[in-house]
Every structure is written in C-alpha cells, then in structure tokens.
Ligand binder design. Structure first.
Ligand code: ZN
Length: 239
C-alpha cells in the first residue's frame, strides 16, 4: 500500500546549538494533510501501538496538539491523528480508568504517542530541556507510546481542578502539590493513586504526565518514528 503523505515537515533540520536564547529562530511550521485514521491505526498495530481507548471506550480523548489551542499556538498533529499507546500501556490506562470510574470519575487523554519528528519540533519550540526531553540525549517516552498525559473528569464531564493547566511549564505543574487547596490536593492524590496502582510512574515536573517504564529494554531502543506509521515526515536531525 502506498504510504499516505500525511505529515510533511518542511524544515526540521534547524541548526541546534548549546545556547537557546529568546532570539532563536522559530522552526518552520509542520505542513500537514488530514490523516486517514484507519490507515494510521493499522500501521500502528504492526508497531505494537493500539488506540489509547482500545480497552476502555469510556476514556475521553482530546489532543491539544491536534489543534492550535496549545501552549505552542500551532497545530502539531495532523487532523484526525489518533491517540495511540503501546498495547501494555493502553491496558494500564484502562485499569486506572476502571479504578476511577468506581468513584464516578474518568480520565481524559491529552497526549499519548507522539511521533519523534513532532517531538523534535516541540523541543525546538520550547527552548529548554527541563520540560521537553532533548532528543539528542533521550527521546520522550511519548515517542514509544509509553507515556500518557491525562486529566480527571467528573461524572458530568467537568474537568477537576488540578495544580495548574496542562502544559503550564512552571513549578506549579509539579507532581508534588505545594498549595493549600484541599480539593486540588484530593484530586491529584486520586489521579496519582489510580495511575500508579495501574503501573505508571509519576513524572516530578508535570502532574499530568505518567510513564510506563515496565519494559526498559524497549525504552533503550529507538522510538517509533512517524514514517514507520506511514506518515510522510522529514528526518529529525541526528542525535
Ligand atoms: Zn507528557
């Protein structure tokens, strides 16, 4: 089958130096064409990725990176790009959601598998490796489909208050809440309990981010590139 030219990055190969000042030139935007979801999902299956809600269709999916409504102010995923996770990670997510549903709550997925080509662009945009892994040192677990960003919804679909907004790259986003709001403290504790009991690890700098570190050998290997899913993307710069 001919690979669909879904995602075309025109210029990811920007010069990268050790210094990323505010005057750093912005990378060119990704040029994207709509994705045929079923084609991407089929390609992903061959790489061990499944839909994030494969085991539990009550999981809500909303990917800010598929819209311009994110901290970067630009669309990073092609329209229709599905939320994908490695199969064991999707199973853990379903287990966490099942635990929360017993309390009348459920998870909303904000990000899941992220093509390394997009990760590279985000790293370029963000100008710091505190909150975005430097791909030259280590790929984000998202690029393996083994990390997931989530928030908590109540029975009516309302987002429960958390220490910060998603992608608030400040100290307020830390997984350890230092504020005084008892409701936020309780919401965060419930989310973290459900996720860690299902086998996820916390990420200290981001309350919404959870890693599945159950297969370290996989995480030492190469990530799953978008081109492997049939996405037409530019080569990321050498690590
Ligand atoms: Zn994340």
């Amino acid at each position: 089958m001919t690979a669909l030219p879904i995602l075309v990055a025109v210029s990811l190969a920007l010069a990268v130096t050790g210094c990323r000042g505010a005057n750093r030139p912005m990378p060119a935007p990704l040029l994207m064409q709509p994705v045929k979801r079923t084609t991407v999902i089929a390609s992903a299956a061959a790489r061990g990725l499944v839909r994030a809600d494969y085991y539990d269709r009550t999981l809500e999916i909303r990917l800010p990176y598929a819209t311009p409504d994110n901290i970067f102010g630009r669309v990073l995923y092609p329209p229709g790009f599905p939320a994908l996770l490695s199969q064991p990670t999707a199973l853990k997510l379903a287990m966490a959601n099942a635990r929360l549903r017993r309390h009348g709550l459920r998870l909303r997925v904000l990000d899941a598998y992220r093509p390394p080509e997009v990760q590279w662009q985000i790293f370029q945009l963000f100008a710091s490796d505190k909150y975005v892994s430097d791909p030259r040192r280590q790929w984000s677990k998202h690029t393996y489909g083994r990390a997931v960003d989530v928030e908590l919804l109540d029975a009516d679909g309302r987002v429960l208050p958390m220490p910060s907004a998603f992608d608030d790259f400040t100290k307020r986003a830390a997984a350890t809440y230092t504020g005084t709001d008892p409701q936020i403290r309780a919401n965060l504790a419930r989310l973290q309990e459900a996720m860690t009991r299902a086998g996820f690890s916390l990420y200290p700098d981001e309350w919404w981010h959870f890693n599945d570190l159950s297969d370290p050998a996989v995480l030492r290997g190469p990530p799953i590139f978008g081109r492997d899913l049939g996405l037409a993307v530019a080569e990321p710069a050498a690590r």
